[in-house]
Design a protein around this ligand. Sequence first.
Ligand SMILES: [Zn+2]
Length: 275
Amino acid sequence: MQYALVDGSRKEAFPYGRGTCQTCGSATVAKCGPRVMHHWAHASRRDCDPWWENETPWHRAWKNLFPEACREISHLAPDGEIHRSDIKTPTGIVIEVQHSAMTDAERLSREAFYGNLVWVVDGSGFRKNFSIEHELPAPKSVIAQDLIWLPAGPKQHGSNRGIFLRLSECRKHDPTLTKATARGGLMNFLRDHEAEVLASYEGHHQYVWVRPHRTWLDATCPVYIDFGDDWLVRLETYDETGLRCLIRVSKRKFLHDVMVETDADAIGTRFYPIP
Ligand SMILES: [Zn+2]
């Protein structure tokens, strides 16, 4: 933990420090060795927040992007269940920064507990299995309603560069077809239609994730992956075909929006002039 209570106030770990856990009230000791990130640990093993994972420098760096008062916030449910979130913004959005793999059960229970939650996932461990592929028009654009994209996939060099059918073409043979039920038809290549299709580009792409961490694909709260650069990647479902896509959101915009939006789903969806 970054913080413990010392004489009633939140303090970062200092050499030989003693404090109490903000969440469970038991004794904590400061760990300030020369080769460890300074942190607090419970003096004896005990039942504190079972969701808490040991902090990595990546965790600590994320917390430190926020004002001190936003970090390590305890939440008490009406039934007495208590948990400590990594970050809670003044507008009420909880951010959980997650380095380790997580089971579906744990993800679901945290999503239910916090509700207005955003996941930020450390992508450094699977970066080489993840590639960003061709651009897509914004899902709500007029042209997007007519295009049915072939899913990207490992070694799908054609569809990874963009291949689509036109629903309007498919309906000439069967007017009842939808994007979800159309099966075959004339294939069009994005490279032949870039001006028409990408006039509606707003940052969406197909992606390929080999051996994906499935729980993040099924999450009900927004999932942002941090690959260690200036951009986050938000996982989304593109349309009624179930096509998976991502949208790139700059870290600066994310950090701005979580402090002003009240709904986790609204992050990265509206324009603000960011200084
Ligand atoms: Zn505790």
